[in-house]
Design a protein around this ligand. Structure first.
Ligand code: FAD
Length: 375
């Protein structure tokens, strides 16, 4: 009898885990990978979309390209998860698992910020970024705000990258001098665990005349007057608002009863949940690292190794290290890198590598390597 593994979500975490299990024990498993979408796209492709750097079709990678021993992909929407019986219901049927892995990522609650849906935009979903790509060509003068509305949020450097790339985009179009850019972030430093990255970003903001507003979030938007109201009561009139919406687990996860304080708690060592033979990896968990693809991958590796070790009746002894690399786009084809470590010491640390074309090429390789490995 083959081990029945059901993996929910074919994002960074689900794809990496399925790939490892196929490579290592493909002949001993019957793995079903389920996602509601027909294709995968990298989180950072939303920046390409909003600034018109690449068309949507070039950014999507079809799941039909997945051909892996022991793995079958199903494009279905998951409607219920029972973690006690490991039974998953989709709009098409029922899947019973010996081992269940929840990798459903983080969703967005746009309505949590009053006025955002009416008068603002968000660039964290594919469709939101696509919409911004359509309206930005008409933005020629006025005030653009990039603002975080709640924590935690995916890829902490992404709002800073959006501000720097917006500067580059407006400069290229010859309208930058007529536009003001403000960036509202909840932290004192743009990237708290990495002083080097934060210093480089603050310097880049100053050089580009980007108005950095730290230790604040956007609490609401007044749609009639196009004003963003910050946590401290400051009112910022805007012409374009590009928001980072409140994050939450997908509805099917909150309805499953698996969450505690909004996210799924897991054992750091194994990525096991409190339910027998049920794992959770990536953005859907509260494991204590930022919500980013690199960390979802690291979690996938530990969960996969634990599953393999248990199948072989041995023990996996390398716990999740909470380390990851974040690429940070500075514009002009230059990318910086922060290697961050969340678990080794008493507090998170990060080492910064200055933005360069060489790291930009490294980021391209990061993408092409995964395209090849996962599909
Ligand atoms: C603008 C932006 C830039 C980013 N840049 C970076 C970066 O440079 N580096 C980096 O490491 N990370 C980056 N990220 C973050 C990264 O994309 C996420 O952290 C990562 O994708 C999380 O992986 P995951 O496997 O946990 O979830 P996801 O990759 O989000 O996958 C979850 C999957 O579950 C599926 N799903 C959800 N609900 C259901 C359902 N009910 N039924 C079926 N399927 C469902 C979804 O369709 C999705 O495919 C960025 C994110 C954004 C928004």
């Amino acid at each position: 009898m083959k081990l029945r593994i059901v993996v929910l979500g074919a994002g960074f975490g689900g794809l990496e885990l399925s790939t490892i299990l196929s490579e290592r024990i493909g002949d001993r498993i019957d793995l079903t990978l389920i996602d509601k979408n027909d294709s995968f796209y990298f989180g950072f492709s939303k920046l390409d979309l909003m600034f018109g750097r690449k068309p949507a079709e070039a950014l999507k990678i079809s799941y039909t390209n997945i051909v892996k021993t022991g793995v079958k992909f199903r494009q279905e929407t998951i409607t219920a998860i029972d973690p006690l019986t490991r039974r998953v219901t989709t709009q098409n049927g029922i899947y019973d698992a010996d081992i269940l892995v929840v990798a459903l990522g983080a969703d967005y609650n746009i309505d949590a910020t009053p006025g955002l849906a009416e008068a603002g935009h968000e660039f964290y979903s594919f469709s939101g970024a696509e919409r911004i790509g359509e309206i930005l060509p008409f933005f020629k003068k006025g005030h653009a705000i990039i603002g975080v509305t709640a924590t935690p949020f995916k890829c902490p450097p992404a709002p800073s990258e959006a501000a720097l790339l917006l500067h580059e985009y407006l400069t290229r179009r010859g309208v930058r001098s007529q536009c003001k850019i403000s960036l509202v972030l909840p932290f004192t430093l743009p990237i708290p665990p990495s002083l080097g990255t934060s210093k480089a970003l603050l310097k880049a903001f100053a050089e580009r005349d980007i108005n950095y507003i730290p230790e604040n979030m956007v609490a609401s938007i007044d749609p009639d007057h196009k004003v963003a109201i910050l946590d401290d009561g400051t009112e910022l009139p805007f012409d374009v608002f590009l928001g980072i919406p409140e994050h939450c687990v997908p509805k099917v996860v909150s309805e499953s009863g698996m969450t505690v304080n909004d996210w799924i708690p897991v054992d750091k060592k194994s990525l096991k949940t409190r339910y027998s033979n049920v794992y959770a990896i990536g953005d859907v968990t509260s494991v204590g690292v930022p919500k980013a693809g690199m960390f979802a991958e690291g979690a996938a590796r530990v969960a996969a190794e634990t599953i393999i070790a248990e199948l072989d009746e041995s023990e996996y002894s390398l716990p999740y290290d909470g380390k990851g690399t974040c690429y940070v786009e500075f514009g002009q084809d230059k990318v910086g890198r922060a290697d961050v470590d969340f678990f080794s010491g008493p507090y998170a640390t990060g080492v910064f590598f200055e933005a360069s074309e060489a790291i930009s090429a490294e980021k391209e390789h990061f993408e092409s390597y995964r395209r090849k490995r996962w599909f």
